[in-house]
Design a protein around this ligand. Structure first.
Ligand SMILES: NC(=O)c1ccc[n+]([C@@H]2O[C@H](COP(=O)([O-])OP(=O)(O)OC[C@H]3O[C@@H](n4cnc5c(N)ncnc54)[C@H](OP(=O)(O)O)[C@@H]3O)[C@@H](O)[C@H]2O)c1
Length: 500
């Protein structure tokens, strides 16, 4: 068996050169080409896709977002979904059986472009019946590098006469749709794995814009899946919950559960995430009151040191296929959704979950936390969150992933998509709006992060510094490539320009 990362060039199909498109930007000293709407307009996307019938296969989280965006933009789109709750959801969204809503196989037979948005376990199971139906010189679109990269586990090996491309939105399907509706778009990575038509790059860029992307940055299937699986188990979902639990469990010794939520989940999603999203952690540090700086830096050191070994273990298990084998097995069970839903209900009904709901309900009377970091507890939480972001970003860079991908997968997706979802309706609801691969992974990894971080944080909350005058850490944050890359990512947001 060849593991991903142990590339056999003779077995790997040709790749077209995606960097012919786009504009060069500086990401903290590394120059990368990004494709914005100025480089590739919606008119051009319409031109490229004008003769295509696009079948969106799967109506879980990602399928509705992409198909509804395509429909609203006037592309020729149909949906393929097996009978059951997701089929009924598609009907409720206005798709009509026999007209633009079909069985999976019927939809593929009608399509020139197939967007393969079944769960990753579903892709493996259904591939043998789908493969023979793909059109010569047609397009097979993935929004995750999973099935192709782990082909030894999934068996997904496309025929050579088909374009195989990737558009991976950096956010929940919920945000793909919400951002489209509010006109802003979402950042997506793109890749070409196989170019049978000679125009696969044009097709992937057109598809990226047409499903609701604001800008597109290049990746490979392998790089996308390594960073994506690590990120969702890490700071985007699993490590965030692990940190929240560690802090909450420590606080709840000496304050009420509602106060504990305010100093953990509430301050993180209401205040810290917003400051980082607007100004980066460099901006956050510069604004921090002098007397809170040591607490912030101690929080950083505590969470950074504690989470490094967990991330190293995680990344290794992603790359060597242990993690994907586990997910495929768990999510291939006929009752996979009931199992996930039951675990999400457990989070909702936990003491932390209930306290979160109670505090969110109080927002009718105004904000429940300050819009600035004003006390020791919140400074520790901010430091810990930034510390874990640094671990993940630094790991990605050490492993050769580019700054745009490392930043989007660590900070931009967190602050612009996932933490705002927690803020709206809690951790379990955010999880429910992510793929079942992400849910399974985050549910399995949050406890490892919690257990690693808890003893270090508990000591800090108890009033004891780990290091009285942390040397160099403030300077490291201010000068890091990560937050410089963040300035470029922020400058690419559409801000005052409506994209859709
Ligand atoms: N969700 C996100 O935010 C997100 C973001 C970026 C990329 N992605 C990627 O997008 C793809 C789809 O993600 P998702 O979140 O929409 O997926 P999901 O919630 O995990 O599953 C979606 C679809 O898969 C179907 N399905 C599962 N097992 C099946 C089987 N054995 N046979 C036929 N259909 C089956 C489901 O039908 P039933 O409902 O009938 O089970 C549903 O339509 C994945 O590759 C994911 O990694 C997702």
């Amino acid at each position: 068996m060849t593991f991903p990362g142990e590339r056999d060039p003779l077995r790997d199909p040709q790749k077209s050169e995606p960097t012919l498109f786009g504009t060069e930007f500086d990401f903290g000293g590394v120059r990368e080409r990004i494709v914005t709407r100025d480089d590739f307009s919606m008119e051009r996307a319409r031109q490229v896709l004008k003769d295509e019938t696009i079948a969106v296969i799967g109506y879980g989280v990602q399928g509705p977002a992409q198909s509804l965006n395509l429909r609203d933009l006037g592309f020729n789109v149909i949906v393929g979904q097996r009978p059951g709750n997701s089929f009924e959801k598609a009907r409720e969204h206005g798709w009509v059986p026999g007209k633009d809503l079909f069985s999976i196989e019927d939809a593929i037979q009608r399509a020139t472009q197939v967007q393969f948005l079944l769960s990753d376990a579903g892709q493996k199971e259904r591939w043998p019946s789908i493969k023979p139906l793909l059109k010569d010189k047609g397009t097979l679109v993935f929004c995750h590098g999973f099935s192709i990269t782990y082909k030894d586990q999934t068996g997904v090996i496309p025929p050579p006469n088909v374009d195989v491309v990737l558009v991976a939105p950096k956010g929940s399907g919920k945000s793909v749709r919400d951002n489209f509706v509010n006109g802003s778009g979402i950042n997506s990575s793109f890749a070409v794995f196989q170019d049978a038509s000679g125009i696969a790059t044009e097709r992937v860029l057109a598809t990226g814009m047409a499903i609701g992307s604001g800008f597109l940055f290049p990746t490979t299937f392998e790089s996308e899946v390594f960073t994506d699986l690590t990120g969702e188990r890490g700071i985007l979902m699993g490590a965030f919950y692990g940190l929240a639990e560690a802090a909450y469990n420590s606080f709840s010794h000496y304050m009420s559960s509602e106060q504990a939520i305010r100093h953990t989940v509430e301050i993180a999603t209401q205040t810290i995430s917003k400051i980082i999203g607007e100004k980066g952690a460099d901006g956050l540090v510069q604004e921090l009151p002098e007397e809170l700086l040591s607490w912030f830096l101690n929080g950083f050191i505590a969470a950074h040191e504690a989470s490094v070994p967990v991330f190293d273990d995680l990344y290794q298990k992603v790359v060597n296929g242990t993690e994907t084998a586990r997910v495929l097995s768990a999510n291939s069970r006929p009752d996979y959704r009931e199992i996930l839903d039951a675990e999400l209900r457990e989070i909702n009904q936990s003491e932390l979950g209930k306290a979160g709901s109670a505090v969110r309900a109080q927002r009718v009377d105004g904000p429940t936390v300050s819009s600035r970091i004003q006390n020791r507890e919140d400074a520790i939480m901010a430091g810990a969150l930034v510390g874990i972001m640094h671990v993940q970003y630094e790991l990605f860079r050490r492993k050769g992933h580019l700054p745009s991908e490392a930043f989007n997968e660590t900070v931009e997706e967190a602050t612009q998509s996932l933490y705002p979802l927690i803020d709206r309706q809690g951790i379990d609801w955010m999880y429910a709006n992510c793929s079942t691969t992400a849910q399974r992974g985050a549910l399995d990894w949050h406890g490892k992060f919690r257990d690693a971080i808890f003893p270090r944080l508990d000591r800090l909350y108890d009033g004891r510094f780990l290091e009285a005058e942390p040397s160099g850490v403030r300077g490291d944050i201010l000068s890091s490539e990560m937050w410089k890359a963040g300035r470029t990512v922020r400058s690419l947001r559409p801000e005052n320009r409506k994209l859709f």
